[in-house]
Structure formats: C-alpha cells, structure tokens
Design a protein around this ligand. Structure first.
Ligand SMILES: [Mg+2]
Length: 208
C-alpha cells in the first residue's frame, strides 16, 4: 500500500491549454516586440514550449535576448489567474484516495497559488510546495527528499504523478521512486517511467 502521492500541477491536474490563451497573452505580446531580434525557427519553437515548460528554461534554451528574459520574468512574477478553472477528469477520484498527498509544482509563486485557489484544491493536500526559481535554488528532487525525510517514507511508499519526463519524473527516477506518467496524447512513448497512462484515474490501480 502506498503511503503518499507526489503530484505535479500543470498538465497533470488541469490542462494548461484551457487557460493559456488568456494567461499568456501579455507574454506573447512582449515576445512580439522582440520578434526581429530572434531566429524565426527558435521563436516558433519557443512559443510552443512557453505553455509547457518554465519560462526560465525556455528563455535560455531558445536564446531570448536578455531584455526579453528579464521583462518576461518581471511580467510573470506579478501575474495571477482569476478565471474559473476545472481539473481533468479523474482528479476527483485521486483526491479521495485516503493517503497523504503533496503538490509539488514549479513556477512563479503568485501565479501557481492563484491556480490552486481557482481549482479549489488547497484542502486536497497535506502540503503544497511551489518550486519558484526566482526565490530558491531548491529543485523538485530536493523537495521530494525533504518530504520523505520528515514523514519517514520509504522509497516504496511513494508514487510520483506527473506529465513531464524532464521534471518530476526525472527527479523521481533519480531517487528511485515509482512513477506514473499522465500522457493523454502519447507525447512521450519512450519515457523512462514505471507506469504510463492516457487516463488519470488509472492511478488508482497502483495504490495497493
Ligand atoms: Mg507539469
């Protein structure tokens, strides 16, 4: 029997695509100001990645001009999302599993907290951790380790649930933890994971 779930937020509990047009509009407008300074292929790829990966990584990977990176960070730091949000189907089943749950998400604190509020999921978790690259150098792996130590969890007690092989799944693999990759569009057919499913409710098969 598992004792705890470590869950990611973006694209794991709700689809970022459901809020990205509204949310990223000011950022897209800002990027448009720098269009002429950027390689067009890199720009296209960056726009695709921006709703999927932390802004810092995208800015570095696609060689954003310095001014764009710093203005983008400034913009995102102060951003929040205030419109109704809905979790994925299956999340309502996961939240009722009677074991400890920890939300560990990377992003800007104010924005991530506003999403937690709009989703109404605050009370579903024993602890919520925002890995904010502006505030701390701590990684998801550090947070996982810290929780395991404080709660005396063994490796086999935990299931890590996420959508990103490069983020929570990687951190979990490094710690030897069991993983569930939620991959509704089969974007990561070769990812190194314990379980991979197109439906979130299948988490329930791996609790016992
Ligand atoms: Mg995610």
């Amino acid at each position: 029997m598992k004792k705890a779930l470590f869950l990611d937020l973006d694209n794991t509990i709700y689809p970022v695509s459901s809020i990205s047009d509204q949310l990223f509009k000011p950022l897209y407008n800002l990027i448009a100001e720098f269009e002429n300074e950027m390689d067009q292929v890199e720009l296209k790829n960056a726009l695709y990645q921006i709703s999927r990966r932390p802004f810092h990584y995208v800015a570095d990977e696609y060689n954003f001009p310095k001014a764009l990176k710093s203005r983008g960070i400034e913009l995102l730091k102060n951003m929040s999302y205030e419109m109704p949000m809905r979790p994925y189907d299956g999340y309502d089943l996961i939240k009722t599993i009677p074991i400890h749950k920890f939300l560990v998400t990377t992003g800007f604190s104010k924005l991530q907290w506003s999403k937690v509020d709009m989703l109404g999921i605050n009370d579903d978790f024993n602890e919520i951790h925002i890995v904010d690259l502006e505030i701390s150098t701590k990684t998801k792996k550090d947070i996982f380790k810290d929780i395991m130590e404080r709660f005396n969890y063994k490796i086999e007690d935990i299931l890590v649930i996420g959508d990103d092989p490069e983020s929570e799944i990687k951190a979990a693999n490094e710690l030897g933890l069991e993983t569930f990759l939620y991959d509704p569009e089969d974007k990561h057919p070769d990812a190194q994971v314990t379980h991979k499913h197109p439906h979130l409710k299948d988490v329930l098969n791996y609790i016992n």
